[in-house]
Design a protein around this ligand. Structure first.
Ligand code: B3K
Ligand code: ZN
Length: 844
């Protein structure tokens, strides 16, 4: 496999104006006829005609009607082409039935569907499969199935055939085709200029009662993008299809979004509050891509964050607007720290805009998506809301219909504000999480904050330059009043001080409010100050963050010095939990402990070797101490936050449930799971049912409920995915591997279905102490299955191999065990390029 570099980018030799495709569908032998109008690219000197193609059987090819015999390799073909516009025609045969990689055209439960991003279109036909080639597509589908869909608008149809035309030029990665026995949940939306758009969610007949929520989310998203970004939808039809076998969450194909069924189907009985919120966010995300991704796309795949960072940022704004801003920010940052910081601080670290890759599918990462979104958020904070809105207007106006770069993106901000964003560009080019340390002084009514920044080396980048760091700061008086409301300090140098004058006493600083930059803040604060901020900070993000920092410190002392749970932390937490004036969802977040992954990172970062068992035990001890401290309050809080009446997934009732259910977890430590059993027996929605089941399983009272749950839900694939994952997640560490192993022998385990594979092995990898059992059984089991899955589905295998990315953090024994498993994977004959690249980088 070959590495390709951003610096080697060259424009395509030929551009495409129009594409006509005819599909004659058949499970093992689908014929694809293409008729493509090419023309020489005036911006290229080359006239080498090359089109990508993989896993295709070429039946015939012609240029301007003349049969030709191209030179075919396993990557594509070359042919003699004129230095003038010409028509390319080809017929190929493909095999959707045997396509278990789920890239290109494949079958899932009897339906045909496609996944083309990033480089899947080349498995459908010969084509310049790169995002800077944009063309209009006309598609004819012939197949003996009731529903035949493609991008754009339907133009004609009859028995066993349909024709589609998409008027908007697009890159091939946005092509989609779906055919199957599907039902639709229809609706419509009238755009701000008064055009009526038909909306459909297409599903298998059994799932028709699970579409209503997704449809509401779609309409909300369409309205929000008009109101907030001024973006209107641009076709008469918008289709969403739910597919059971899918490598990721969803795909923004023009006018025909394809979703992993887990990311769109929901009913109160089968989906949790968290599922509903996630579905709403993913529907919004894919819809928002219509402008940020589809109308304006990426010049090449190095620019992936251009569409992904921006679109994640947009969907997080949407969720903040329709739900709670504080809760959304806190949960996003929890996720960023657990996943992106881990990536940024290990062998897989790469810039938000990578400069090389072997397999682009390996770069759909937390760094590109989540750090990419943080970078957009910082830009907005630095230029201000108005300039951000103007810059975005300019972006849409200047680049509509183009395939562009991060330079183009930053240029609209420079042109709007007159700012030089040269240094800001380092957020895109430099990998690694900056460490920000802060000290303070108070003298002659002047308060000074002194910052230092430092970014450790990452693979291929030994020396880092200082970044522009927006640091949102507020100051409080010792009795909790704000003396300085939030200001954004702009740090640009390695060391920099900022003064606040005219203060009558030393203030308490609240630094990095709303997590204004993706950095690790090292602040030498005592725990009294943390407890004070936990009680008084006017910024809700930092209020929870102080609690989190306090918990991290308490746990660190428990783990490294054998300290007892700190009563001060337990008191501070009790105060928040019992404060009925606070948002319940916020209180639940304050209740949660840092994840074991976060603790392992923190320990490693502070010079300790994380011991997974000790981390597990400390969190258990602290949770037990919390439960005992709150003995009197828990039953009352649990009862006070029960939601009456019909289920609604809105933030309000969901917030009450999440608080009641976090109380239930603690209560279960005290009451032998009596309340959990009662909740399980009475549950009429999945949130209540699964929260109770989790407690029962976790505290070893779950055998009957686990069986009953299976019997109740065996017909529902998405619920059974939860059933698989729950059993692994809720084990004691010494049972995790055996449980996962036993589940792989269950009749319903199917490694070809990515959701099912991830249910078992994602849960194993996330069970920190279970996966890292000292005998290496967790490593062995995962490696065995990665080796089995690789020939079936390389993309999912490569992604799951990241479970090993932090192997160097642990003790020598574990390191040796992990290295051995990584080497065993690496030496597997015919290992895919996807997995080979990932494991190779992890080992490096
Ligand atoms: N753009 C797709 C992801 C495609 C992943 C290809 N391996 C979904 C999204 O980010 O919206
Ligand atoms: Zn996206």
């Amino acid at each position: 496999s070959q590495k390709i570099y951003l610096k080697d980018y060259t424009p395509p030799a030929y551009l495409v104006d129009t594409v006509h495709l005819t599909f004659k569908l058949s499970p093992n032998a689908t014929r694809v006829n293409s008729k493509i109008r090419f023309r020489p690219n005036p911006d290229s000197d080359s006239r080498d005609f090359f089109v990508h193609g993989e896993h295709l059987t070429l039946i015939r090819a012609a240029i301007d009607g003349q049969e030709c015999s191209p030179v075919v390799t396993d990557k594509g073909l070359t042919a003699q082409a004129p230095d003038a516009p010409f028509t390319w025609e080809a017929e190929v045969e493909i095999n959707p039935q045997d396509n278990t990689a789920l890239e290109g055209l494949y079958m899932s439960n009897g339906m045909y569907c496609t996944q083309c991003e990033a480089e899947g279109f080349r498995r459908i036909t010969y084509y310049p499969d790169r995002p800077d080639v944009m063309a209009t597509f006309t598609v004819r589908i012939e197949g003996d199935l009731p529903v035949l869909l493609s991008n754009g608008n339907p133009t004609a149809s009859g028995d066993g055939w349909a024709e589609w035309h998409d008027p908007w030029p697009k890159p091939s990665y946005l092509f989609a085709l779906v055919a199957g026995d599907l039902r639709n949940h229809p609706d419509s939306f009238t755009t701000k200029s008064g055009r009526k758009v038909d909306l459909n969610i297409w599903v298998r007949p059994d799932d028709i009662d699970k579409c209503a929520f997704g449809m509401e989310a779609l309409k909300k998203s369409m309205k929000w993008d008009e109101d907030v970004y001024g973006r209107e939808y641009d076709l008469d039809l918008f289709n969403i299809v739910a597919v059971d076998d899918f490598n990721m969450g969803a795909m923004e194909n023009k006018g025909l979004n394809i979703f992993n069924s887990s990311c769109v189907l929901a009913s109160p009985e089968t989906a949790t509050d968290a599922n509903f919120e996630r579905i709403e966010a993913i529907i919004a995300h894919e819809y928002f891509h219509n402008w940020t991704g589809n109308r304006i796309t990426c010049r090449d795949w190095f620019q992936l964050c251009l569409k992904e960072g921006l679109t994640v940022y947009r969907d997080s704004q949407f969720t903040s607007d329709v739900r709670s801003r504080a809760v959304k920010r806190i949960s996003d940052v929890d996720g960023l720290r657990a996943v992106q910081f881990r990536e940024d601080n290990g062998p897989l670290a790469h810039p938000v805009r990578p400069d090389s890759f072997v397999e682009i599918n390996n770069f759909y990462t937390a760094t590109v998506y989540e750090k990419g979104a943080e970078v957009v958020g910082m830009l907005k904070r630095l230029v201000g809301d108005d300039a951000y809105a103007q810059a975005l207007d300019l972006y849409f106006e200047r680049h509509d219909g183009q395939a562009v770069t991060i330079e183009d993106w930053l240029k609209v901000f420079e042109d709007t504000t007159g700012r030089d964003l040269g240094q800001f560009m380092r957020w895109y080019s430099q990998a690694g999480t900056p460490r920000l340390t802060v000290t303070d002084d108070f003298k002659d009514s002047t308060y000074t904050l002194n910052f230092k920044q430092y970014t450790p080396p990452t693979p291929g980048q030994d020396v880092k330059q200082p970044q522009v760091i927006p640091i949102a700061v507020g100051l409080l008086t010792p009795n909790g009043d704000e003396v300085q409301e939030t200001v954004v300090l702009e740090m640009t140098k390695p060391e920099q001080s900022f003064e606040f004058k005219g203060l009558s006493s030393r203030p308490v600083p609240s630094i990095l409010r709303e997590f204004s930059a993706p950095v690790i803040l090292e602040q030498d604060t005592d725990n009294e100050t943390r407890a004070f901020l936990m009680a008084h900070d006017t910024d809700p993000f930092n209020r929870r963050e102080s609690g989190n920092a306090l918990a991290r410190d308490v746990l660190r002392r428990m783990i490294t010095d054998g300290a007892a749970p700190d009563p001060m932390y337990l008191e501070a937490k009790a105060k928040i939990l019992t404060d009925e004036a606070l948002d319940p969802a916020f209180r639940a977040l304050v209740m949660s402990l840092p994840t074991q992954e976060e603790l392992a990172q923190m320990l490693f970062d502070t010079g300790h070797t994380p011991d997974p068992e000790a981390i597990f035990n400390a969190t258990q001890t602290l949770a037990q101490a919390s439960a005992e401290r709150l003995k009197q309050d828990l039953p009352r809080i649990y009862a006070a936050h029960q939601v009456k009446g019909p289920y609604s997934p809105d933030a309000g009732p969901a917030g009450h449930r999440v608080l009641a259910n976090s109380a239930l977890w603690l209560l279960s430590r005290l009451d032998g799971c009596k309340q959990a059993q009662a909740q399980y027996d009475a549950a009429d929605n999945m949130t209540q049912q699964i929260s109770a089941l989790g407690c029962l399983q976790y505290f070893d009272h779950g055998a009957d409920a686990t069986q009953a749950f299976y019997d109740q839900w065996r017909h529902d694939r998405l619920v059974i995915d939860k059933w698989f994952a729950m059993q692994v997640s809720n084990t004691r560490p010494d049972q995790t591997v055996a449980t996962a192993q036993a589940l792989t022998e269950h009749a319903d385990f199917d490694m070809k279905n990515p959701n099912r594979f991830r249910a078992v092995f994602g849960a194993l990898a996330w069970h920190h102490a279970g996966f890292h059992q000292a005998d290496g059984a967790g490593y062995r089991l995962l490696a065995d299955w990665l080796i089995k899955l690789d020939p079936v589905n390389p993309q999912t295998t490569a992604r799951m191999s990241t479970a090993f990315q932090s192997w160097r953090r642990y003790d020598e024994g574990r390191q040796a065990l992990m290295r051995a498993e990584l080497e065993r994977i690496m030496s597997t004959p015919d290992l895919s390029g996807d997995t080979g690249e990932m494991v190779g980088r992890i080992l490096e």
